[in-house]
Design a protein around this ligand. Structure first.
Ligand code: CP
Length: 368
């Protein structure tokens, strides 16, 4: 593949190749091989329009460990503040010889738009509430290295699914790799397109973004009025899902777990009932900054119903692990003692992020 815009860009074979390559990268790092010459002479641009700690730093570390030249671009302090468009910014960076552009942007669909403007590879480092495919890869890598497999693994993704690009990419990737996903949260925070599983053709969104443009050349996200600046559109619009395709009401059993008919994830509103049957529980950050249009119970009520505390941790099978993509709201979706417990893989996920991103850059740029 040339780009990684969505977890839907990956079939099982390609995803497994990335995970295997990440494992090799981690093995080399464990043997004190800190730097590989493989991307010498190549340039990776980190183009960040939104704040980031883990993703930005780990992409930088990954590119440097592969000996690439790295240009870090942050919208803050750049000519973006003078009104420069994403397209003009991208063309400027291309003129400086970017072989790959890693982009984080608040508008869902921005990486798809960017891929039509630049010659190099585009890697989505998080676009709006849409996707975060390298987070899903590092999460899958962490699950596989801790539990030995992904096929048949029972993964509960808990909390603010509505605003979570991490959840969307995980649903896609984990389903591709044979895991069984259950989404858990308040009904107002579980969106219809994710509950519908983004399955089948509807998830091949890279091909479906551009009404009116020649095949193979994604440009404007569906629903976009055009122009050079991507604007936020709903992830459902990007996926090309119609209302009918994303019906979820039929498949829900309030208070319990619905069957994952049609290959989509199961949905439950009852965390306590899901925990005993989970191998992995992935807690999501409550995204207060994106909560304007959503009903949200009080922080205390949310924590009481959906927070992972020590009492709930004890309901998990002994082998089960606790994940969180970070940053965390300690005391809201996860208790501090759970985040710091031996069952937690949160710090390990960060370390694995470097290996996973090394693998992505290596494979996209045809490293030797
Ligand atoms: N998980 C994640 O994307 O974290 P950052 O926002 O710090 O990059």
């Amino acid at each position: 593949i040339k780009h990684l815009r969505s977890a839907a860009d990956l079939d099982a074979e390609t995803a497994t190749l990335i995970l295997d390559t990440a494992a090799e990268m981690a093995t080399l790092a464990g043997r004190e091989v800190k730097k590989l010459p493989t991307l010498r002479g190549r340039t990776v641009v980190n183009l960040f329009y939104e704040d980031s700690t883990r993703t930005r730093i780990s992409f930088e570390a990954a590119a440097k460990r592969l000996s690439a030249d790295v240009i870090n671009f942050s919208a803050k302090g750049s000519s973006v503040s003078k009104g420069e468009s994403l397209k003009d910014t991208a063309l400027t960076l291309q003129a400086m010889g970017a072989d790959a552009v890693v982009i984080r942007h608040p508008a869902s669909g921005a990486p798809h738009r960017l891929a039509s403007w630049v010659d190099g590879s585009v890697v989505n480092a998080g676009d709006g509430t849409h996707e975060h495919p390298t987070q899903a890869l590092l999460d899958a890598y962490t699950m596989r290295s801790r539990l030995g497999r992904l096929d048949g693994l029972r993964v509960a993704i808990v909390g603010d699914v509505l605003h979570s690009r991490v959840a969307r990419s995980n649903v896609l990737l984990l389903s591709t790799l044979g895991a069984q996903v259950t989404l858990v949260g308040p009904p107002t925070l579980i969106p219809i397109d994710v509950a519908a599983g983004l399955s089948g053709d509807a998830s091949r969104r890279g091909d479906r973004l551009v009404p009116g443009e020649a095949a193979g050349g994604p440009s404007a996200p569906a629903g976009s009025a055009g122009g050079d600046e991507p604007r936020a559109v709903s992830p459902a619009a990007i996926a090309g899902l119609s209302g009918d395709a994303s019906r979820r009401g039929d498949r829900l059993v309030p208070g319990g777990v619905a069957g994952a008919a049609g290959g989509g994830p199961a949905v439950s509103y009852d965390l306590d009932s899901v925990l005993p049957d989970s191998d992995v529980v992935m807690m999501l950050r409550v995204q207060s900054e994106r909560m304007q249009d959503s009903y949200f119970p009080s922080a205390r009520e949310y924590s009481r119903r959906y927070g992972l505390d020590m009492r709930r941790l004890r309901r998990l099978p002994e082998h089960a692990i606790v994940m969180h993509p970070g940053p965390m709201n300690r005391g809201m979706e996860i208790a501090p003692e759970v985040a710091d417990s031996p069952r937690s893989t949160i710090v390990e996920q960060v370390a694995n992020g470097v290996s996973a991103r090394m693998a992505v850059l290596y494979l996209l740029l045809g490293g030797k």
